[in-house]
Design a protein around this ligand. Structure first.
Ligand code: GTP
Ligand code: MG
Length: 181
């Protein structure tokens, strides 16, 4: 793995990309956020909406650094997705289980990042399962299989560093079994 390993976090708005990078980063993360709409506040409380990117950095046990980039979730900022994905080694898709159609969200992001997924490692984290328990992990597993993928797949809380670290670890492991997050 190179010294400039780049991992992308994507997924729908409110899935927890900015929160996950905040939880993982060893440096104060860079955020580019605008105020949420009223509907956004109702659903997620007071939080920003990423308009360009998030950036954080993590040091691995072997001394290497991993660069963590979060995309905006909202489609109106989708021009950033390809720009940010350039040269990335791995993709983490976060899905908010409490959104109305989370399985469709998963399909949407698998398709939107299709080109990238075929050249990189993939891991999927399902957030906000404490708020809504259905669909469960098995259903997500089936959905991924239908799309031809069998990536690491975990229930995670983006606010919990250990959850995010395990997901990242699984992704890094699939790239290089020597790496320890
Ligand atoms: N209850 C609950 N809340 C969570 C969980 N994971 C993340 N959150 C909260 O959900 C919200 C996620 O917000 P962000 O991290 O800004 O979401 P985002 O994916 O960056 O959204 P965009 O920038 O709009 O694409 C925050 O308020 C988190 O605290 C979870 O597992 N359970
Ligand atoms: Mg964000």
């Amino acid at each position: 793995m190179s010294a400039h390993s780049k991992i992308i976090f994507t997924g729908p708005t409110g899935a927890g990309k900015t929160t996950a990078i905040q939880s993982l980063s060893d440096i104060p993360p860079v955020k580019t956020e605008a105020s949420p709409t009223e509907e956004g506040v109702t659903r997620y409380g007071k939080r920003g909406i990423t308009v360009a990117l998030d950036y954080g950095r993590m040091h691995l046990e072997n001394g290497e650094k991993v660069h963590l980039y979060g995309t905006p979730g909202q489609e109106r900022f989708d021009f950033m997705w390809e720009i940010l994905s350039e040269g990335a080694l791995g993709l983490i898709i976060l899905i908010d289980n409490a959104r109305p159609q989370p399985l469709e969200d998963l399909s949407f992001f698998l398709k939107a990042f299709d080109k990238m997924i075929h050249n990189t490692a993939l891991a999927v984290g399902i957030t906000r399962m404490d708020l809504k328990t259905e669909p469960d992990i098995l259903i997500y597993r089936q959905k991924l299989k239908i799309h031809g993928f069998n990536p690491p797949l975990f229930e995670v809380d983006a606010r919990v560093r250990r959850d995010m670290s395990l997901l990242l670890q699984a992704l890094l492991y699939s790239l290089d079994p020597e790496l320890q997050a």
